[in-house]
Design a protein around this ligand. Structure first.
Ligand SMILES: Nc1ncnc2c1ncn2[C@@H]1O[C@H](COP(=O)(O)OP(=O)(O)OP(=O)(O)O)[C@@H](O)[C@H]1O
Ligand SMILES: [Mg+2]
Length: 167
C-alpha cells in the first residue's frame, strides 16, 4: 500500500518521515530517489527545478511495492499526492508559521512567498482531492505541534489504513 506524505514545502514532511523511519516504517524520500534514478524528463529553467517524469516515478514505486508485499510504504514528497497512491496524508501549517520555518531554512524571499501563497489557497489539498477523491485524503494541522506529536497522529492513520486493508 502506497501512502503519500505530502504538504507544501516546510510543513515538516521530512521531519515526520525521519521519526516514522525510526519507528520501523518503510519510508521513501522520493525527491532524492527522483534525482538519483533520474526519474526526470527535463529542467524547468524559469523555476530552476527538475521536471519529474510521473510515469517513471510510478513505475519505480510499483517495484518497491512488489518487493514489500503487504507493507505500508510512506512516500515523503510534496508531489507524492499526484502519483497513483492509495491514500494521501497532507501536512498543513498556518501561513505565519510556515513563513518562519522557511526563513529558518534560508529560502529565497520569492520562493517563501510562492509557498506561503500555495498553502493559503490549498493547492495541494485541491490537487490531492482531484487525484484521489475526498475519501482518500486526510489533513493534519502541524501549527504549534512538535514533529513527534504529528508522527503519532500519522501512525494512527497508518494503523487504521492497515486494518481496513485486511477487511
Ligand atoms: N512541527 C514543526 N514545528 C516547528 N518547526 C518544524 C516542524 N517540522 C519541521 N520544522 C522545521 O521546518 C523546516 C522544514 O521542515 P522539513 O524539512 O521537515 O519540511 P518538508 O516538508 O520536508 O520540506 P521540503 O518539502 O522542502 O522537503 C525545518 O527547518 C524544520 O526543522
Ligand atoms: Mg523534505
Amino acid at each position: 500500500m502506497l501512502v503519500a506524505l505530502t504538504g507544501t514545502p516546510g510543513t515538516g514532511k521530512s521531519s515526520v518521515a525521519k521519526i516514522l523511519r525510526k519507528k520501523g516504517y518503510k519510508v521513501i524520500a522520493l525527491n532524492r530517489v527522483i534525482l538519483k534514478r533520474k526519474l526526470i524528463k527535463g529542467f524547468d529553467k524559469k523555476r530552476k527545478s527538475w521536471i519529474v517524469d510521473i510515469k517513471k516515478a510510478e513505475r519505480y514505486l510499483k517495484e518497491v511495492e512488489k518487493k514489500n508485499k503487504n507493507k505500508i510504504i510512506v512516500i515523503d514528497s510534496h508531489i507524492s499526492h499526484l502519483l497513483n497512491v492509495d491514500f494521501a496524508i497532507i501536512l498543513r501549517c498556518s501561513p505565519e508559521e510556515l513563513e518562519k520555518r522557511l526563513k529558518k531554512k534560508r529560502w529565497p524571499k520569492q520562493k517563501i512567498i510562492e509557498n506561503v501563497e500555495a498553502e493559503i489557497i490549498d493547492v495541494i489539498p485541491v490537487e490531492a482531492e482531484e487525484n484521489l477523491g475526498k475519501e482518500n485524503i486526510v489533513e493534519i494541522d502541524t501549527t504549534g505541534k512538535k514533529p513527534e506529536e504529528i508522527a503519532k497522529q500519522v501512525e494512527i492513520i497508518l494503523k487504521n489504513l492497515d486494518k481496513k486493508k485486511e477487511l
